[in-house]
Design a protein around this ligand. Structure first.
Ligand code: KIV
Ligand code: ZN
Length: 498
């Protein structure tokens, strides 16, 4: 008999909290539908009380998705719960996720409260949520650093109040795997009524142990893993979905099974990385560019003789099609459509025509078009309606001369031109933008990355710009890195000049 592990994906809530990873509602629906196809059981769609945008996303995702449960986060506050219930009104299967900090750090410094009062507030929140939905999940924030005996009392009280799922987060990513596993076992052994509810793990990766802690929790009795695609999330991130799914698929002796269609993993990973402008580290387990690349001669020889000598996972099992066609200028619209579909992107005819037009332009500049390029092309559409757009940019630079840039910006339909010099071509171009937009903007972070390799490659630029005490994130990709840098700068400015 196998044991079912429920996969609770929080890419759209914990993952989306990362600065620069914010998605609009249409993009969130796209990710939610891809998660549904992937086979996740629960989608945490947002924190409705936090903003009208989050509220709206939960509403729209509830309408768009059919079989997974849609979950909305709240604090242990009546208004949060009421708003979450409203946002979930169209969900076919709905869950409210409410909770409160239970470690002494949270009780004393965050709430200036007492252990007894926290139990009362937790119970009241669960009872209040039960007025709106049957399925109520309770989180004991910072459970990783909460004393086990007290945690058991909190859990017993909320189970009695009607909670159906108990989430035990290692909020700060502090626990050791054995310690976290024992925490789950302790609850299994000491809480009355615990066998009638599902225990969930929610581990952060501050010490690089999120997945190890999750696995340890599951081997000790938890049956829901809270995860994100590519492990994105606050600070060092959350446990990654792909790692948990492949660990239990590879270790069949555990008899633990998920509903994940693992062949869809790669496509969803690329989609999330591209929409959130969050690169996947090359050596990331399962989905990193090097995860299946054997570079040493000894390894290559071994793999050629028998793949299993050095590979424990067949790349096809996670959807990496090694024979996938590289697109070139001679590829037709159907090939582009097929590649987009593999990557989980469906476009209507008009959008596909536009993407194909951009694809041909890019293929003129770059010989081989890979998956990242294709996703970048469809992502470009997002900036098409921005208030400020670059009309043209001309830069003169070289050795022994001071770089000069002239630029024309279209701001809400009106054209503005300026020229400036700088200590390099990017500096000159950014100074020219500042001549047009006179605000106190400071480039705080500036990162240029090549997508793959080769001097004809696309450069991705991530930029953080500070303005009036807040930070705004900008992104662009272009074969011309000076143009990409200016576009990223403008993308950031578009976030505060509306
Ligand atoms: O890390 C955490 O504790 C959380 C809770 C809100 C579930 O994200
Ligand atoms: Zn979290």
């Amino acid at each position: 008999m196998s044991d079912r592990l429920f996969i609770f994906d929080t890419t759209l809530r914990d993952g989306e909290q990362v600065p620069g990873c914010q998605l609009n509602t249409v993009e969130k629906i796209q990710v939610a539908k891809a998660l549904e196809e992937l086979g996740v059981d629960v989608i945490e769609a947002g924190f409705p009380v936090s903003s009208p945008g989050d509220f709206n996303s939960v509403v729209e995702i509830s309408k768009a998705v059919t079989w997974p449960t849609i979950c909305a986060l709240t604090r242990a506050v009546e208004n949060d719960i009421k708003v979450a219930a409203e946002a979930l009104q169209y969900a076919k299967h709905k869950r409210i996720h409410t909770g409160i900090g239970t470690s002494d750090y949270h009780i004393k410094y965050k709430f200036n409260s007492t252990r007894e009062e926290i139990i009362e507030r937790a119970v009241a929140a669960v009872k209040y949520a039960k007025k709106y939905v049957e399925d109520v999940q309770f989180y004991a924030e910072d459970a990783g650093r909460t004393d086990n005996e007290y945690l058991a009392r909190v859990v017993e009280a909320v189970v009695k109040a009607g909670a159906t799922v108990i989430n035990i987060p290692d909020t700060t990513g502090y626990c050791l795997p054995e310690e976290f596993g024992q925490k789950i076992r302790f609850l299994k052994e000491h809480v009355k009524g615990i066998d009638n509810v599902v225990i969930a793990t929610h581990c952060h990766n501050d010490l690089g142990m999120a997945t190890a802690n999750t696995v340890s929790g599951i081997l000790n009795g938890a049956r829901q893993a809270e995860v994100t695609i590519n492990g994105i999330g606050e600070r060092a991130g959350n446990t990654s979905l792909e790692e948990v799914a492949m660990i239990f698929r590879s270790h069949r002796e555990t008899k633990i099974e998920t509903n994940i269609n693992t062949q869809k993993i790669y496509g969803v990973s690329r989609m999330v990385s591209s929409l959130m402008n969050m690169p996947v580290q090359p050596n990331k387990a399962i989905v990193g560019r090097n995860a299946f690349a054997h570079s040493s001669g000894i390894h290559q020889d071994g793999v050629l003789k028998n793949r299993e000598s050095y590979e424990i996972i067949d790349p096809k099992d996670v959807g990496i099609d090694e024979n996938s066609i590289v697109l070139t200028a001679r590829s037709g619209r159907a090939a582009l459509k097929h590649r987009l579909n593999v990557l989980g992107v469906e476009l209507d005819k008009e959008k596909l025509d536009k993407a194909y037009e951009d694809f041909l332009k890019l293929a003129d500049r770059k010989k081989d078009i890979n998956d990242d390029d294709v996703l970048m092309l469809v992502g470009k559409e997002r900036s098409a309606n921005a208030r400020i757009r670059m009309e043209y940019l001309q830069v003169t630079s070289g050795v022994g001369i001071r770089p000069i840039a002239s630029i024309c910006l279209d701001i809400a339909g009106e054209k503005f031109e300026a020229a400036a010099s700088g200590n390099g071509p990017v500096d000159a171009a950014i100074n020219a933008v500042k001549q047009i937009i006179h605000r106190k903007m400071i480039v705080q972070e500036f990162l240029i990355q090549a997508i793959t390799k080769g001097s004809d490659d696309i450069g991705k630029v991530h930029m953080t710009v500070s303005y009036e005490g807040a930070h705004y994130y900008g992104f662009s990709a272009n074969t011309d890195i000076v143009a990409a840098s200016v576009e990223a700068f403008i993308d950031a400015i578009n976030k505060f000049i509306v």
